[in-house]
Design a protein around this ligand. Structure first.
Ligand code: ADP
Ligand code: TYD
Length: 211
């Protein structure tokens, strides 16, 4: 059996990743495709426990280095228990955030930390998605969506959103730079449109990659 396709969604908080990942999953399943929907941090029981540790509490709860280790531990567990078994069974894996989020969020938090992020990734993860969809949009508009979602009770973890708008703007530029660094893998889609228009582009991009 051939390995399944591994698709990740990336972008700043509030850009619409979770919405689009869910819609892609529903679309593929409706077409008779065997696909799973998962997320990081989390996606396996152990990694979900680490998620609770890392996303709740004060912004200075963890140093950038400790945080990097926690996210990497969560990813390793998620890969071992969820992602690799599904890919090996020929299933498509749709993942809401993956290693590019660590490159951005932890890589930008500490001076020179990106080199450590890359070294740890090579040592402990060593796997990239086949396709990464970067949902790109203005940082303040994304933050406003994320804040509105939390206010509506749709997502309680706020440790990262507490880092504020400047960091979100840096993240956006960082993600676009990453897309330029990995042009074969990362496709940029404009997220500042209505949900269905974004979803249509996502579907077309995945269909093209599936051949
Ligand atoms: P992310 O996972 O990137 O943080 P979400 O998918 O959770 O983003 O979306 C954040 C909020 O914005 C949610 O309340 C969601 O319903 C809303 N939203 C998502 N996509 C769009 C869109 N294209 N236009 C307007 N609102 C959107
Ligand atoms: P998520 O629940 O996807 O937040 P949102 O839906 O608001 O985008 O992710 C939670 C936070 O975790 C998000 O602010 C980004 C952060 N994060 C990292 O800092 N490093 C990582 O490796 C991952 C996967 C996420």
């Amino acid at each position: 059996m051939s390995a399944g396709l591994f698709v990740s969604f990336e972008g700043i908080d509030g850009s619409g990743k979770s919405t689009q990942a869910r819609m892609l999953h529903a679309h593929l399943q409706a077409g008779g495709h065997d696909a799973i929907l998962t997320r990081e941090p989390g996606g396996s029981p152990g990694a979900e426990e680490i998620r609770a540790l890392v996303l709740n509490g004060a912004p200075d709860r963890w140093s950038p280095e400790t945080e990097l280790l926690l996210f990497t531990a969560a990813r390793r567990d998620h890969l071992e228990r969820t992602v690799r078994p599904a890919l090996a069974a020929g299933r498509t894996v749709i993942c809401d955030r993956f290693a590019d989020s660590t490159r951005m969020y932890q890589g930008l938090r500490g001076a020179g930390l990106r080199a450590q992020v890359d070294a740890l990734h090579d040592l402990m993860i060593g796997q990239e998605p086949d396709l990464t969809i970067l949902i790109d949009m203005d940082a303040s508009a994304g933050l406003a969506r994320a804040v509105a979602r939390v206010a509506a009770g749709g997502g309680g973890e706020d440790r990262f959103e507490a880092f504020g708008g400047d960091l979100q703007a840096q993240m956006r530029q960082g993600f676009l730079a990453l897309a330029a660094e990995f042009p074969q893998r990362i496709r940029v889609i404009n997220g500042a449109r209505d949900v269905d228009a974004v979803a249509a582009d996502v579907q077309a991009t995945v269909a093209e990659r599936m051949g």
